[in-house]
Write a protein that binds this ligand. Structure first.
Ligand code: NAP
Ligand code: FER
Length: 339
């Protein structure tokens, strides 16, 4: 009879309580948990690095979102990289380094198919969680796919010294853009310019963003990469040029908020729902006029569309008509019969 394998204990961080505002150490608990032996198709990973990310703050709340909430008294989880120390899957043998999503603990048992093999010779393990991992990919997609930056454009990147922002700004420079960053404090701003090569960096703690931006980007901003939301997004909307774009990547300034911002109070849902609010002006589409009249005219003639007018008689009532329009005393198009 073989001896049973000695049991293994993992240390894990659990959510002890849902935070109100800024999380406190007492909202977390460091606990021990027995690690089960990997079943068929699973591997046991000794974690070497784990990620802490802004989105995890959202998961501490019990609200419906793109990411399911952590459970109170349950373990936290997120990205981690470690070494396989026991394997029940021949495709991921002992000694392999893998990335997976069961971090916040010293040891994880994960399905082998959910473990991504990484090569520590190719990149230091922390970079799998940073520049070559989720934040790096976020910067790259946000800049080129969502922001659609073009050479010569001016780009503003908030939280510029962080994981996403630092890469987004450098990629924008490599793409031939003029790049302005913003960050909190003199040291970070100097790092952003001197080490990362941004053209300028605004310290958002030192005065109004609008004024500082006007100095750093006097002709306006073509693309805003938003990591912060709130006052930063407000300043960006003012600074963006006609046909500017904003990649709404995150709104970290709101993650600890206990009261909603001014309307729209649900602006943060833009991220989780991958919305693309886009301004339009009908004048830009004048080339479609002929097609529009043909198509809609035919639908009207066929009786497949209905269109009502509210007609006010007499130019002397034009002001009433206008004020009525603003207070809803029209159905369909409000017009004034003049003659
Ligand atoms: P990070 O930038 O490395 O770290 C967060 C930084 O945010 C802090 O260093 C801090 O820098 C800044 N910050 C915190 N509170 C702020 C406030 N009230 N106003 C201005 N800046 C503030 O974090 P990250 O992982 O790269 O994430 C950056 C943003 O991208 C976050 O909003 C995150 O949620 C988002 N994100 C989105 C996706 C996605 O798929 N949509 C993926 C990854 C990350 P300062 O010292 O400069 O204030
Ligand atoms: C963040 C990190 C990751 C974040 C969102 C994600 C909005 C989303 C990742 C995904 O589900 O793809 O800080 O903030």
């Amino acid at each position: 009879m073989s001896n049973p394998a000695p049991s293994l204990t993992s240390r894990e961080v659990r959510l002890a309580a849902r935070p109100q505002g800024e999380p406190r150490p007492t909202d977390f608990e460091l606990a021990e948990a027995e690690v089960p032996e990997p079943a068929e198709g699973q591997v046991l990973v000794r974690n070497l690095v784990m990620s802490v990310d802004p989105y995890m703050r959202g998961r501490m709340n019990d609200v419906k979102s793109y990411a399911v909430p952590y459970e109170v008294d349950g373990p936290m989880y997120g990205g981690a990289v470690g070494e396989v120390v026991a394997s029940e899957d021949p495709r991921v043998p002992v000694g392999t380094f893998v990335q997976h999503e069961l971090g916040w603990r010293t040891h994880s048992v994960v399905p082998a198919r959910a473990a991504v093999v990484v090569d520590p010779e190719q990149a230091p393990l922390p970079s799998c969680l940073g520049v070559l991992g989720m934040p790096g990919m976020t910067a790259w997609v946000g800049l080129f796919d969502i922001g659609a930056v073009r050479p010569g454009e001016t780009v503003w990147i908030s939280a510029a010294s962080g994981a996403v922002g630092s890469l987004a700004g450098q990629l924008a420079k490599l793409a031939g853009c003029r790049v302005v960053g913003s960050a909190g404090g003199d040291d970070k701003c100097r790092y952003v310019v001197e080490q990362l090569g941004f053209d300028a960096c605004i310290d958002y703690r030192q005065g109004a963003l609008e004024e500082q931006l006007a100095g750093a980007a006097p002709d306006g901003v073509d693309v805003y990469f938003d990591n912060v939301g709130g006052d930063h997004l407000e300043a960006a909307i003012s600074a963006l040029k006609v046909h500017g774009r904003a990649c709404i990547c995150g709104m970290i300034s709101a993650y600890n908020a206990t009261t909603p911002p001014a309307a729209p109070r649900n602006l943060g849902q833009v991220v989780g729902k991958r919305l693309r609010p886009e301004g339009m002006l009908v004048r830009d589409h004048a080339h479609l006029q002929g097609e529009f009249v043909r198509e809609v005219g035919q639908l009207l003639a066929d009786g497949r569309l209905t269109a009502q007018e509210t007609v006010v008689d007499g130019i002397e009532h034009a002001v009433d008509a206008f004020l009525g329009l603003l207070s809803g005393r029209n159905t369909g198009k409000m017009v004034v019969r003049v003659g």
